[in-house]
Write a protein that binds this ligand. Sequence first.
Ligand SMILES: [Zn+2]
Ligand SMILES: [Zn+2]
Length: 146
Amino acid sequence: MTKSAMDRQIELRLLDSDVRFTKGRKAVVAGLASAPGPLSAAELAETLDERVPLSSLYRSLAILEEAGVVAHHLGAKGLTRYELAEWLAGHHHHLVCVDCGSVSDVQIPPNQEESVRNLVAQIAALASFAPTDHALEIEGRCSRCA
Ligand SMILES: [Zn+2]
Ligand SMILES: [Zn+2]
């Protein structure tokens, strides 16, 4: 999705919730869209051109999450990170570094995704559970920490 197409989609979604797509919220979305993985509010603040108080970032993130544009990710050590919702970012999985705590997105080819879906269905079937979605968290060490 191009940036302008994404902005348009988000604008429509926010309109449904009576939320304006302000300059600040656009900056939050752009920051999350260009990140290699979910960001904490503090990490997001570092990527922004203007200095934005964390309190207002948390408010923007909460509003965007409420409207279904942003999703949160609970990483190692209970740190909350944020990313664009899957309908915007595409289905993907996460690599979580157990040393530095960084979280990176990883998208896998369709045939591998198919294998993951089959495995998930088999695991869920063991508990008579009907899976609708899944999220894979791979823990280990990132290239900087390995
Ligand atoms: Zn690391
Ligand atoms: Zn992600």
